[in-house]
Design a protein around this ligand. Sequence first.
Ligand SMILES: NC(=O)c1ccc[n+]([C@@H]2O[C@H](COP(=O)([O-])OP(=O)(O)OC[C@H]3O[C@@H](n4cnc5c(N)ncnc54)[C@H](O)[C@@H]3O)[C@@H](O)[C@H]2O)c1
Length: 329
Amino acid sequence: MSDGRLSRVCVVGGAGFIGSHFVARLLSDPATEQVTVYDNFSSGSDWHLAPVADDPRLRVVRADVGDLPDLVEACAGHDTMIHLASNPDIAAAVTNPAIDFDQGTRLTHHVAEAARLSQVGLVLYASGSGVYGDLGEIEAVEDHGPMIPTSTYGASKLAGEAILASYAAMFDFTVRAFRFGNVVGPRQTHGVGYDFVRRLLDDPSRLRILGDGQQSKSYIYVEDVIAAVLLAGTRATTPFDAFNVATGDYVTVTEIAELAMDVLGLPPGSTEFQYTGGDRGWKGDVPVVRINTDKIRSLGWSNQRTGPQALRDSMSSMADDYRAGLLTS
Ligand SMILES: NC(=O)c1ccc[n+]([C@@H]2O[C@H](COP(=O)([O-])OP(=O)(O)OC[C@H]3O[C@@H](n4cnc5c(N)ncnc54)[C@H](O)[C@@H]3O)[C@@H](O)[C@H]2O)c1
């Protein structure tokens, strides 16, 4: 980056969906000196990094964020950490209630400790809109209060923000937290679009849809997310700040199913939609998400794709990856 920041970046969770796009974006900038991917490859993959694997500025450390000494060593000498490592399965806590604390809050504490011990100046944290809980049609603004998460995933993200904010204040580094809507794009390996594409390719005659299909949320293309994070990150002056990152439009689950059919060339009406019923996909799900983005837009950011365009492009890419055998069913 031209202002001297983000020239040596440790991407924690860099082999995952969003992380691999950060890595590619950073390495596309000649000013970037080094990118270290720190990942245990639990949901990350080598093929995510294949397009940049030969870049001599890339270093891949296969290790767990739970191993603090390894993390400290790997991040030493970097100016920035981008923290993306967490449990990717939001509903997993229904049967494993500790997962978001073990593979969420605890990992974020380790990232805060590693930033302190390695004297990293800037931490960019992938939080999520789950911190707001269930606000219905109320548009969530960054300083909404009180925040009452309805999932342990949302709770772990909010706890992570609190830990990082307190470390930023006490140990003189800068933190930016980003509350994304649902992120979609190439190399995605989870999420509703991913699920629908795989199921429809396996059996186009019917599609199981969790809930009543009216859940209405925000979907944003991964490149738009990265642009927002890098913009707000490089402008950081105060110790801590949080930004919503979303498109401002909303798509229902039934509309995503229809988009998926269109992307796969299936005639409208040819697939039977089988709804499981109820207003949400699982207990803890937030059926209606509304996210205010005035703050990030005031910095000059705007999304390049609408939600439907983002979903269409990502599902098209996922279908190609699935047919190529890169995604397992
Ligand atoms: N995808 C979305 O829609 C979305 C929305 C809001 C926030 N987020 C957050 O953004 C981050 C990245 O999401 P993603 O969709 O790229 O998920 P992902 O699962 O593809 O990426 C997470 C990466 O972290 C790694 N990881 C997990 N636990 C680890 C551990 N203990 N040690 C080392 N590495 C570990 C995984 O192997 C993976 O490569 C996550 O924190 C997620 O909660 C994602």
